[in-house]
Design a protein around this ligand. Structure first.
Ligand SMILES: Cc1cc2nc3c(=O)[nH]c(=O)nc-3n(C[C@H](O)[C@H](O)[C@H](O)COP(=O)(O)OP(=O)(O)OC[C@H]3O[C@@H](n4cnc5c(N)ncnc54)[C@H](O)[C@@H]3O)c2cc1C
Length: 491
């Protein structure tokens, strides 16, 4: 297992294919430092006695101790630990921990490549290729990002119906030694600080859409891959340093006729399995949300209750009501994830067939509970901001700049007029409001909220998963029975 320093050393040696703000930039560019700090924590956590047990696992391939972010879940306990690891590490940074996208894509591809390899038309030994990639991924303790979201062009048209066929990543040429792919995956979190990019399809696919049924891996600095990077860094601080300097990045990952050798291809043309790959990445990712969303709620509850304390309103009934609402959302999201872990099975939901055994035996969290948990807590993020806004009042919107807080001509005056609670030092009150501004009123806050709302699929996708997989007919039967109606199922 690596350390943060070793992870950074490797990043420093990568090829330059990152573009931002009109320039070509290095992996260790200053704007990447916050994101590197967050990712770095996932390395250092395995060497810390407090988090070591949660953050390590025994590889099911080699038996060696590996970083849990690179593990394939073998039982419900692994799913519980992934959820708890995510919550524990997110609590240390006050935001997303960034490394779960690779974990979730790896678990999805592990499952799907196994089934796809059985296909008589399989283009290569998908699962054998995958296992070789996975072993290196685990041994070298690599970071993967997951590229699922296609640009999608005209929203109501399927991939093959688009005016421009490159709106979904697809194969443009098949060669004896590999495939050539074209297209762009967008909003790909931490692709600019990852070692590898795992690519999975974006949606259910049907016959005629074979060229879009694709899973593969590329090094994130690979020839033929360009990344256009957007940073979500909070405002730089000179005087009131943060307890943890964080930051995030998302990339447009452009595959410009990029050659992928067969040994890095894990699915190519099997549309049904392509649809399952899309569904499974989303499912594993929604399970990850049952760790990170409760952690974000932990932070929001802390912000809301401290804002109430500083404003001297913590005992008021409306504040208590809002705090209880935040606690309910966070803990119900956690409970849904916990149940999804407990009910995990080596099964997947296939439309028209229900839950069927799928994959080589690795564990998949229960779909209904993943989706209800993610939907409940994901949709709540803007309401949480409303609660924070309600409790804080207008102060964060016009909070003085750091330079005015430290300028001798304004410092004492501002400290006098910013002070609210006499029992908390003004230094702490200033630090608190600066962090409050970071979380809800900064440029980076807006992007993070959009990510929290849409990541893993927009709420409508969860609603579709819930209503298509839930046994609504059995609920009708309950009413039919109690109303004395004819029980439809037994007719
Ligand atoms: C900060 C951030 C980080 C992200 N990180 C990642 C990542 O690491 N990897 C990754 O793969 N993705 C990532 N995403 C992408 C995320 O998964 C998508 O934003 C999400 O799936 C929604 O897709 P979209 O943005 O294209 O929105 P759209 O799908 O365009 O949604 C916009 C609206 O159109 C509606 N709509 C779209 N299509 C249809 C249709 N056919 N019929 C009816 N209504 C429709 C939607 O319901 C929604 O209301 C990230 C997003 C953000 C914001």
């Amino acid at each position: 297992m690596r350390t943060k320093a070793q992870y950074m050393e490797r990043l420093g040696k990568m090829e330059r294919n990152l573009y931002s703000n009109g320039e070509k930039i290095d992996r260790l560019d200053e704007r990447q430092q916050g994101a590197i700090n967050v990712m770095g924590l996932t390395f250092n956590a395995v060497w810390d006695s407090e988090t070591k047990d949660l953050c390590t696992a025994a590889s099911h391939i080699t038996g060696e101790t590996i970083n849990r972010f690179n593990h394939i879940h073998q039982n419900p306990e692994d799913l519980h630990k992934k959820q708890d690891m995510t919550r524990a590490l997110c609590n240390k940074v006050g935001q997303c921990i960034q490394r779960c996208m690779g974990t979730d894509a790896a678990n999805a591809i592990h499952t799907v490549s196994h089934e796809a390899q059985k296909s008589p038309k399989a283009k290569t030994t998908y699962h054998d290729n995958w296992l070789k990639w996975l072993e290196r991924f685990q041994k070298e303790d690599l970071v993967a990002s997951c590229a699922q979201t296609d640009v999608k062009g005209e929203r109501l048209k399927r991939p093959a119906e688009q005016t421009d066929p490159d709106m979904y990543v697809h194969v443009v040429e098949e060669r004896s030694d590999g495939i050539v792919v074209r297209g762009s995956k967008v909003h790909i979190s931490e692709a600019s600080i990852s070692d590898e990019i795992l690519v999975v399809p974006n949606r259910a696919l049907k016959k005629g859409e074979e060229e879009y049924a694709l899973c593969f891996a590329v090094p994130s600095d690979y020839e033929g891959v360009k990344q256009v990077v957007h940073f979500h860094n909070p405002r730089k601080r000179d005087h009131y340093e943060r307890g943890f300097e964080y930051g995030y990045s998302d990339s447009y990952v452009i595959f410009d006729d990029c050659f992928i050798p067969w040994e890095r291809v894990f699915l190519c043309g099997e549309t049904q399995h392509g649809g399952v790959a899309a569904l499974l990445f989303a499912l594993f990712h929604r399970h990850s949300y049952s760790g990170c969303k409760p952690a974000m709620l932990d932070y929001v509850i802390g912000l809301a209750s401290l804002a109430a304390e500083i404003n001297g309103i913590e005992k008021t009934s409306h504040v208590r009501e809002m705090l209880s609402e935040l606690i309910m959302t966070g803990e119900l999201g956690y409970a849904a994830g916990y149940t999804a872990s407990d009910m995990g099975k080596a099964e997947v939901y296939l439309p028209g067939m229900g839950f069927v055994p799928y994959g080589p035996g690795n564990y998949i969290p229960n779909s209904i509970y993943c989706n209800v948990g993610r939907c409940l807590s994901g949709e709540a993020v803007f309401h949480e901001q409303e609660i924070l806004c309600n409790i804080a009042g207008g102060m964060p919107a016009t909070f003085p700049y750091e330079q005015d807080l430290t300028n001798p001509e304004t410092k004492a005056l501002l400290e006098k007029y910013l002070k609210r609670n006499p029992n908390i030092t003004i230094e702490d009150q200033i630090r608190f409001w600066l962090s409050f501004v970071d979380f809800g009123l900064s440029g980076s806050a807006g992007s993070m909220l959009y990510g929290a709302y849409h990541g893993g699929g927009s709420p409508i996708m969860e609603q579709i998963a819930i209503t298509s997989q839930y046994d609504i007919e059995s609920k009708k039967d309950i009413v039919r029975g109690l109303a004395g109606m004819t029980p439809k199922r037994n007719m």
